[in-house]
Ligand binder design. Structure first.
Ligand SMILES: Nc1nc2c(ncn2[C@@H]2O[C@H](COP(=O)(O)OP(=O)(O)OP(=O)(O)O)[C@@H](O)[C@H]2O)c(=O)[nH]1
Ligand SMILES: [Mg+2]
Ligand SMILES: [Zn+2]
Length: 340
């Protein structure tokens, strides 16, 4: 039976068969998958029988944070206030999903917390940065149903996952558009942060749309990318980077004649700051990779030297033997010669 994984709780996998409109079936994992160290995620298509999943079917895409597969789109949710938009974190999500080639919809929630003028100002600022980058943007209030029709129109019939910091209103939006009753949490009065109410990823399905609610997370570092590959993920930087005359340029302040530096006034300040932040992480990764490959090279070299030394000592003893032999022969020959 082919099925999709809807939620996972410790060792239990809740799957929905593709063929029938059944309720979720509780399953475990077959040993073979565990042995192969295959990690099954929410959104995965699998094969199962007798209450056990035994095969993972091909994925369209898969990500670790949140840990989900087969997405048509990710909705990156921020809240305009409480907590207010963290643009570097937002760029972090966008760069990450661009790397994974997954479409993104930007949702700015809690617009009810701003007065009209403030909201207009925030909207203009956000649209100016992100619309030229090709992102669709919605402004919503889960509390007052603002923008939710437009939001629903953009995600209809798709499999989408929410992504965003804790407390921005992901579960609240999902509740408002799907009439669900998922637990939502408070935002701390002191630091305006959420309190990690949603703990697991789970598919909520209605009218052919599948929404994966996810726990809010912020830890996401570019510790898998080389510095030279970061710029390509920033369209607003790569447009100038393409015309940069330096070949291995990373477009930092150090290179005065760099075409990106020359055009910094045309790049949003926070976007460039985000680039520099992530660049440091990619540099750390490069250092690690270089160190490890050097270590491996040294080990290989030592190994080779050892082998060589062994061979040469053998060779040496061999040649000594041969030399002895030859000398002996020579000696005999000499004797023989003498004999003659
Ligand atoms: N004023 C206002 N408050 C909202 C809105 N949406 C959500 N909230 C409140 O924000 C708080 C956090 O909402 P959640 O939906 O739990 O946030 P979340 O993003 O799911 O958070 P985690 O599950 O922790 O990742 C709750 O107190 C909600 O009532 C909104 O549009 N306006
Ligand atoms: Mg939640
Ligand atoms: Zn440059």
């Amino acid at each position: 039976m082919k099925a999709q994984v809807y939620k996972i709780h410790s060792d239990f996998y809740y799957i929905k068969p593709l063929s029938k409109k059944e309720d979720l079936i509780e399953c475990k994992l077959r040993e073979i998958l565990k042995k192969q160290k295959i990690k099954i995620k929410v959104g995965d298509f699998v094969e199962a029988e007798n209450g056990a999943i035994y095969n993972l079917l091909e994925r369209k895409n898969t990500i670790e944070r949140p840990s989900v597969s087969n997405l048509d789109m990710v909705v990156v949710v921020s809240s305009l206030l409480e907590p207010k938009v963290d643009f570097i974190q937002l760029n972090r999500y966008l760069t990450f999903f661009k790397y994974h080639k997954i479409d993104v919809l930007l949702c700015f929630n809690k617009d009810d917390l701003m007065d009209k003028e403030e909201l207009k100002h925030a909207e203009d600022k956000i649209r100016k940065i992100y619309e030229p980058l090709g992102y669709k943007i919605v402004f919503t209030s889960a509390l007052y149903n603002d923008g939710l029709k437009e939001f629903y129109r953009l995600i209809r019939n798709k499999t989408i996952a929410f992504s965003g910091l804790s407390g921005v209103g992901k579960s609240s939006i999902l509740n408002a558009i799907s009439n669900s009753n998922i637990k939502t949490g408070n935002v701390s009065l002191k630091n305006k942060r959420g309190c990690h109410t949603t703990r697991h990823c789970e598919i909520i399905e209605f009218e052919g749309t599948k929404i994966i609610d996810t726990p809010g997370f912020s830890r996401l570092t570019f510790d898998f990318l080389l510095p030279k590959d970061l710029g390509i993920l920033f369209d607003d930087i790569s447009i100038f980077a393409k015309k940069c005359k330096f070949q291995d340029c990373l477009h930092t302040e150090a290179d005065e004649d760099c075409n990106v530096i020359k055009n910094l006034d045309k790049i949003d300040e926070k976007r460039y700051e985000s680039y520099l932040n992530f660049l440091e992480e990619t540099k750390e990764f490069k250092q690690k990779v270089t160190y490890e490959s050097q270590k491996e090279e040294t080990t290989n070299k030592q190994f080779k030297e050892k082998t060589f030394a062994k061979i040469s000592s053998k060779k040496r003893s061999f040649s000594r033997k041969k030399l002895n032999q030859t000398t002996k022969n020579l000696h005999l020959e000499e004797i023989g010669e003498d004999d003659d």
